[in-house]
Design a protein around this ligand. Structure first.
Ligand code: SF4
Length: 223
């Protein structure tokens, strides 16, 4: 296997998936703060449940940092019930909002505008915020160069390359090839679409737009 074949071809995959599906329009949200809320709520939960919880939140309070933090805990937990772990999600969301706002002294936009802050490290320091959540917030709420690695991305990468790849390598190879935020945001969304339409647990390789460079496809064809 050549060095080029051994690395994650992020640019090629983006081109192929755009040709197949168009642009992804991901992340669905009306504001950066709504992105942040969705990124916390979506952990281990189907997106449809997240939508329901966010709709309940929007009905209960304006989607602002101060209004969410001022919601009585019982009301907040009730809104988050569709997310399976409402108490845990409420704790994580409030912890994140307290850090982002510096206990109510700044907005999400001001957090991202503060150059002295290492934003990724600050997000990762919040209890319950892992790399996938932090990178989703950085990319879609902060418009920063970041790339969230989720189970879909790991599955597609392992199949295309014919081997497991560390999250660190996937992230660094993607960021090296795609410096633009728009491209990174589109790639993440397109990988979600691809994992749901073609590269499912039992892949539908026929007519897959990545088939001609996919080692998973070759193994399946020769099995
Ligand atoms: S060829 Fe099959 S295994 Fe490879 S990316 Fe496409 S659907 Fe997934």
């Amino acid at each position: 296997m050549s060095e080029q074949e051994a690395s994650w071809p992020a640019q090629w995959i983006l081109t192929r998936l755009r040709d197949a599906y168009g642009t992804s329009q991901w992340w669905p949200a009306d504001s950066p703060l709504e992105v942040l809320v969705g990124a916390v709520l979506t952990q281990s939960v189907r997106w449809q449940n997240v939508r329901t919880a966010i709709a309940r939140l929007k009905a209960a309070a304006p989607m602002t940092e101060s209004a969410l933090m001022a919601l009585p805990r019982a009301d907040l937990t009730a809104c988050l019930k569709p997310t399976r772990f409402p108490n845990q999600k409420a704790r994580r969301l409030l912890g994140l909002l307290e850090m982002i706002t510096d206990q109510g002294r700044r907005t999400l936009a001001q957090f991202f505008a503060t150059a002295e802050i290492d934003h990724r490290q600050a997000l990762l320091a919040v209890n319950g915020v892992g790399a996938e959540t932090a990178d989703a917030i950085l990319l879609y709420a902060g418009q920063r160069q970041a790339f969230p690695i989720d189970a879909y991305t790991r599955r597609i990468a392992a199949r295309v390359l014919g081997k497991d790849v560390t999250d660190h390598d996937l992230r660094s190879q993607t960021l090296a090839q795609l410096p633009e935020v728009e491209a990174l945001a589109d790639l993440h969304g397109l990988l979600v679409i691809h994992a749901q339409r073609h590269c499912l647990s039992r892949p539908h390789c026929l007519a897959c737009p990545l088939a001609d460079r996919c080692h998973g496809r070759q193994q399946e064809a020769t099995a």
